[in-house]
Write a protein that binds this ligand. Sequence first.
Ligand code: 6LC
Length: 413
Amino acid sequence: MLAVSVPFSPRLTVSPFASQLSFSSGDKLLVHTKPSSDWWWAELQGVTGYAPASYLQPDGAEEEEEEEEDTSLQDPWQDEEYFGSYGTLKLHLEMLSDKTRTEAYRQVIFSNSASLRNKVVMDLGCGTGIISLFCAQLAQPSVVYAVEASSMAAYTRQLVKQNGYEEVVVVLQGRAEEIELPEQVDVLVSEWMGNCLLFEFMVESVLLARDRWLREGGVIWPSSAALTLVPCQADSYFSEKMAFWEQPYGLDFTPLQPLAHQEFFTKPKFSHLIEPNDCLSAPCDVICLNMYTLQVKDLEEMNGQFHFCVEKPGVFHGFTAWFTVHFKSLEEGGTTVELNTGPNSEPTHWKQTLFMLDKPVSVCAGDSISGTILLRRNPVWRRHMTVTLNWNISSTGETDSSQVGTKTFPMWR
Ligand SMILES: N=C(N)NC/C=C/[C@H]1O[C@@H](n2cnc3c(N)ncnc32)[C@H](O)[C@@H]1O
């Protein structure tokens, strides 16, 4: 039997059944049977009768719903879950195993080792402390403040000691926005980039720490970031998730295709590996961030334009996005280090992000695909965003046709 509560005062309805149960908002009914989807046989304080199912909800759902609301209001950053996940090794192992990523940061420290001498460094979100350890191992900074909010910080302190760098690296457990440093820093370094560059919005913490702790003329690494987009083919993904239902084992499963569309193509596919020859045109940087001037309020809505000229005939299944960050040298004229997560670089744990169109479009060389991208931060769930793509495909072939489209993808709320 199901205890249900009445979430709002029901309008008067005429039940097809003589004995309709009367009740008010907030009442808790005991449902005995559900003879139809609309009317359930229920009991209230010993009186039985029919109640309209649409006015009832499982008991406690209201509190649950409120809780859901509350947690989003109390914990819009989902910190418990977020920092909880970084308290275990899984994600740190994934990041440390990403040689392209980790070697890029090592290269930054190595190529700036002379300029790092006697500098004060802050490593924001240090995790296991790898960047801080590179600083102590490859350069002679006066101190590195390794800031880590998760419980990993205790282990990071052990790693610093284990490697004999406790004189240089100071591990501080806490959120970068909240911890106190004894001094301003000369260099603020962080590895904050998420899927599609911004997911997780750890970048906000970096900007707040920059404004609070980076001294005038100090250096922030990475110093700039760019989100890159390209129209692409995604044959294997499309056939795996959509074409599959055409005739599995000689049967017609196409009625499931709307379901497949909803389940597989509504959200972006992260950790997608695009092949260079899946790209239908040259890529385009659609959003460029200068980490010295970027403001937290700028993160609410970021938009960019694109214009692609299709280089070869193919099927336009969607767009693929990735990011590149640059680390400007501390020395004037020094080499800038680049970490590029695109298809022409060594793969990284981020891989790329695929945004599938509702319907693939055949395109020819010479066609153009132009439009806009809008990243809109979720006003409630602060680590999430939506990505809206608007595009116009114009063919210059014999049929001067053009197709427009728009689609909004949640990442992930
Ligand atoms: N997604 C990528 N690339 N890196 C995620 C890297 C996240 C690491 O930085 C820590 N972290 C994230 N935000 C803060 C903060 N505001 N204060 C202190 N520590 C923080 C997390 O606990 C992870 O260990």
